[in-house]
Design a protein around this ligand. Structure first.
Ligand code: SF4
Length: 349
């Protein structure tokens, strides 16, 4: 009988796994090291040793949604809210270029203060710095996504969180799973590099649904996938939940690398919250991207999606040096390109 080690070793070359195989590997912890090493080899073969740094700007922690797992949910009255003005956001990006960042990720809760005109001004101003711009501001209309694309936005991140519709409906009250999928389709249609991803370890989340998540990433042709463990936040209804496990999150990430061989996969900050070496371990298990936070001062603490977030007391300059040291310590190097999935666009002028 073929065992999971053999299945993983074959999948490294076929980049294919059935749903049953994914489930069997996710359930079997005896093959974890084999899986991580196979994912690392796939990463090396298709993405090389360069690591792309994306400078993350968390510009508003105000959100109209109420996701059960998230510290920014609108019903959380224990969080001090903040919102950066457009010129402050642009200035953070300008400083980021001085640290050598070639890509910025503009992330916020779903905050209606930022009208289409404001976002267009922010995106077009940052694009003049000859960098790539990723946006992560939630569910918008096709026209809005189109407007951002027209002023130069390159990428958009919107996690599906889970493909289990019933679980999604419980976790994201008053949100529509179908609409979220439509957003992903719209973004693809508009020519964005599309990023999605999932949380691992939500209450009542099954291994079967995690296998479906991985297959979904492949089905939609995702260009980036971020996997993060669910970490219960004390200011949310899920404060007493068990929370996700580092190894299971890492396994979902590694399997995603095997199936989607040439996409960008970040070593997420949440991984490092659960394991003090989490991002390095992720980089050695299929990841090829890190997103250091370049938001400044108090705002770093206030973007509290989950507790125990790393680096909240550091400066952007410290983060840049720290992560570069970690990357070089494992024989990898920081990319000098904008890190497009389509390498023909990695032009430096
Ligand atoms: S997960 Fe996103 S949409 Fe949901 S409450 Fe948090 S910031 Fe808002």
């Amino acid at each position: 009988m073929i065992n999971n080690v053999q299945i993983i070793e074959t999948s490294e070359f076929t980049n294919n796994l059935t749903r049953d195989e994914l489930i069997s590997i996710l359930e079997d912890n005896s093959c974890n090291e084999v899986l991580y090493k196979a994912a690392d080899r796939v990463r090396k073969k298709y993405m090389g040793d360069e690591v792309h740094l994306r400078g993350l700007i968390e510009f508003s922690n105000i959100c109209k949604r109420n996701c059960m797992y998230c510290g920014l949910r609108s019903e959380n009255k224990n969080i001090k809210r903040y919102r950066l003005m457009p010129d402050e956001i642009i200035e953070l990006a300008r400083k980021g270029t001085e640290y050598g960042y070639k890509t910025f990720v503009l992330q916020s809760g779903e905050d209606e203060f930022y009208t289409v005109e404001k976002m267009k001004y922010i995106i077009s101003s940052i694009k003049k710095m000859n960098v790539a711009v990723t946006i992560s501001i939630g569910e918008k209309s096709f026209e809005e996504y189109k407007a951002y694309r027209e002023v130069g936005a390159d990428r958009y991140l919107i996690r599906i969180e889970t493909t289990d519709k019933n679980l999604y409906d419980t976790m994201d009250p008053k949100m529509s799973h179908e609409n979220r999928k439509n957003c992903l389709r719209d973004l693809k249609t508009l020519g964005y590099e599309v990023g999605s991803g999932s949380l691992v370890g939500l209450p009542n989340q099954t291994i079967e649904s995690m296998a479906d998540d991985i297959l979904f990433f492949k089905e939609i042709g995702a260009d980036m996938i971020g996997i993060g463990p669910f970490i219960p936040n004390g200011d949310t209804p899920l404060k007493n939940a068990k929370g996700g496990e580092f190894d299971l999150s890492l396994k979902v990430m590694a399997l995603t690398r095997i199936l989607l061989k040439d996409i960008n996969i970040p070593a997420t900050t949440a991984m490092e919250t659960l394991n003090k070496n989490g991002r390095v371990i992720a980089l050695q298990s299929g990841a090829n991207v890190v997103m250091p936070n370049i938001t400044e001062g108090e705002y770093r603490k206030l973007y509290a999606l989950y507790p125990g977030k790393i680096c909240v007391n550091d400066t952007p300059s410290h983060c840049r040096g720290c992560i570069t040291g970690k990357i070089t310590s494992i024989g990898r190097f920081v990319s000098k390109t904008k890190g497009y999935r389509d390498k023909s666009k990695n032009v430096l002028t």
